[in-house]
Design a protein around this ligand. Sequence first.
Ligand code: FAD
Length: 634
Amino acid sequence: MLYPEEFDVIVVGGGHAGTEAALAAARMGCKTLLLSHNIETLGQMSCNPSIGGIGKGHLVKEVDALGGAMAIATDEGGIQFRILNSSKGPAVRATRAQADRILYKAAIRRRLENQPNLTLFQQAVDDLMVEGDRVVGAVTQVGIRFRSRTVVLTAGTFLDGKIHVGLNNYAAGRAGDPPAISLSARLKELKLPQARLKTGTPPRLDGRTIDFSRCEEQPGDLDPVPVFSFMGNAAMHPAQVPCWITHTNERTHEIIRSGFDRSPMFTGKIEGVGPRYCPSVEDKVNRFADKDSHQIFLEPEGLTTNEIYPNGISTSLPFDIQYQLVRSMAGLENAHILRPGYAIEYDYFDPRSLKSSFETRSIGGLFFAGQINGTTGYEEAAAQGLFAGVNAALQCQGKSSWLPGRDEAYLGVLVDDLITKGVTEPYRMFTSRAEFRLQLREDNADMRLTEQGRTLGLVDDARWESFNRKRDAVSRETERLKSTWVNPRNLPAAESERVLGKAIDHEYSLGDLLRRPDVRYAGLMSLDAGRYASADVSRETLAELWQPVVEQIEIAAKYSGYIDRQKDEILRAAQYEHLKLPLDFDYLGVPALSFEVRQKLNKHKPETLGLASRISGVTPAAISLLLVHLKKSR
Ligand code: FAD
């Protein structure tokens, strides 16, 4: 049957990429259809029940700054929040939350069900409708044909997915869900460059059978409890619960080694490469043979379940080995495994075959986002989903595509890395991937992106008003600090020493004083019985958002030297970053370049000089030679 309605954007897959893609396209006014295997699994966390962390938290805040759902759903479902690296510089501070997976999923589903312009439909997609070199829709398992102008494919780990437990394996998208086999075959037929990756998950435990008194308690941050969304607050969190820590030991490692001969990884049953930074426990024991213990976090899966996620023992070893290795650890001597751990192998597509909008180069209107592009992680998927949803919507609106720069967003770094470098193992975000990370902090994601989000049509009125209140308060208070002077003659020496560490010898502005490493904003405001405090703070509407305002002001004051230097670097790099390269340019005809560089450039056909410079093997010297050639040939 041909479905009677036609859509602007069809999103296939309701995981973290698909939900953000569908919400973004619909927020931008496009008639959007989200097709997924099962409405019950929309927004499902396939692996650990946590969101954020270093680099990943930055992406979540950016998705939020652009009006996305992940951060606010985490605030509504979060049961433990922490700021990681809190004693380090602001660039690497990151929020991480444990989520109640049921509440998280419900929060995502509520947003999807109530989003204007968005229709949900439960069916597996088995085929894509392609006319000439354009996609024109999707066909479901029972033959329903949905027509659309664009399709965003976010099939996660499901394409030709195969689960491994020991030497046993079976086809699946993840435990309990069907694989996408017909769609995988169709994509292969369309000759999109594809390969295999793998990822794994630990066995889940019944909390009633764990002796927590033998484990170390790990509480979240309680004063204050962190918040993920710029529109969130701590009162949204349902409750705060602790996690627990236990350790592997020599005996655990012996048990693990005894299963190596039946490990699908070590016996070559699994061909796909796994995530280096999220290794299985057998990989850790094998690679770090000198370590006699690894830390294992016991994370509650929710408030209404006893299920515990033992973070750190992801494994595809046979079940009898899993059983013994779990029981070899302190507190887990009698632990009952509710679900066995497993590894999954799946198809991914080489992201170098995507344009900088995530549209495939060979099939017009077809966009890819999430794990299908060779990444790992909910946060990486959500960011890509929002990005692809936006670009599919822009294409429907006849507008040019959107790509934030590497100096504007981790999202820009993520997309740029994927399309220029491709992946050889599942890609995850780290702050070290961003060369301008002092600019790309979690705390200023809204300052960097909300205005762009508003222009794109992603940001609603409530967020826009709240953002403007904050931005205005930051600039008003920054100006006030610059123009409010503290005169040593009017300042009692004891007060000066209390707040500034020593007496001042001449007049300083509050802004100058705040640049001193040990001087805090709160201290300045308490100086001389609050004589220099802002009148704004007492206003009710601002009091609520004052903490984030102060954070911006303090960071800008303390790091202004470094930030200004980084801005100069960005300006220098930007000179050539956006220089367009003709897509039909024949690099083989640039004799000054090495044959290898010519071949690489011809293969990738980068859209800009900036993109060319980040193709692996294309050196700065090669870029200079190319620039000279381009200038001469004009
Ligand atoms: P998914 O979350 O996989 O969602 C895909 C969605 O598409 C699903 O809703 C599915 O039903 C739907 N779908 C697929 N094909 C079709 C079709 N043909 N028709 C209709 N609907 C379809 N990440 C980490 O960061 N660290 C880890 O250690 C880690 N371990 C993992 C272990 C396992 C076993 C699994 C399965 C995943 C793991 N992940 C891990 C990855 C993490 O789950 C993914 O990165 C993330 O969920 C990807 O999001 P996505 O939206 O791309 O895909």
